[in-house]
Design a protein around this ligand. Structure first.
Ligand code: GAR
Length: 207
């Protein structure tokens, strides 16, 4: 049984997609053992609470320095003894020591087709604003392992989504979530839970 901790910052629709996929059997061999947010008002925490999943807020505001926050975040994660950490809209830079402790055991969902529209400053609606400003006709989402860079780790799954004329960034965000994120994030977890993924020299292949 893969023990998964989901890290969130906001609405938690990706968390909900994961919980629903566990319930429906689309994700097997997996238990969601905890949810961690950096933001106490994140609706994602309520979603976890409603499911009876242990949930906790670790806010940088509660600590005197970033180093103390980073240590508290790692300590909290460690307590769950998870096999996999899933960043589902977690808008905190993952500390280097956590990346080392959980190498190839942290995955992230990003709302574009990496390597486009990713890296520092590209998160949430800003990604879709940039997509619309550039006028690309296809965007999408990517699930990848997390390494020391921003959105640079091995790519697990991607799914393309059409940009429509006249889209607002909110409309585009919603379409990317519905058609791509809520599908490929649960799918990636299921692949990992069933030992279907290998990573060789930074490249993911499916067994
Ligand atoms: C999602 O669109 C996710 O891809 C994005 O934040 C949103 C969270 O929504 N993540 C990033 O931009 C990370 N760089 P949710 O809280 O409803 O799942």
């Amino acid at each position: 049984m893969l023990k998964v901790v989901v890290l969130v910052s906001g609405g938690g629709t990706n968390l909900q997609a994961i919980l629903d996929a566990v319930d429906s059997g689309a994700i097997t061999n997996t238990e969601i053992v905890g949810v961690i947010s950096n933001n106490k008002n994140a609706y994602a925490l309520q979603r976890a609470e409603e499911k009876g999943i242990p949930n906790v807020c670790v806010s940088p505001k509660a600590f005197a320095s970033r180093a103390e926050f980073n240590q508290a975040l790692l300590d909290t994660v460690d307590q769950f003894q998870a096999d996999l950490l899933v960043l589902a809209g977690f808008l905190v830079v993952i500390p280097e020591m956590m990346i080392e402790a959980y190498r190839n055991r942290i995955i992230n969902i990003h709302p574009s087709l990496i390597p486009s529209f990713c890296g520092k400053g590209f998160y949430g609606l800003k990604v879709h604003d940039a997509v619309l400003a550039r006028g690309v006709k296809v965007t999408g989402a990517t699930v990848h392992f997390v390494d020391a860079g921003t959105d640079t780790g091995p790519i697990i799954l991607q799914k393309a989504v059409k940009v429509k004329d006249g889209d607002t960034s909110k409309e585009l965000q919603r379409r990317v979530m519905e058609k791509a994120e809520w599908k490929i994030l649960p799918e990636a977890i299921n692949l990992i839970a069933n030992d279907k993924i290998t990573v060789t020299d930074g490249i993911v292949s499916l067994k």
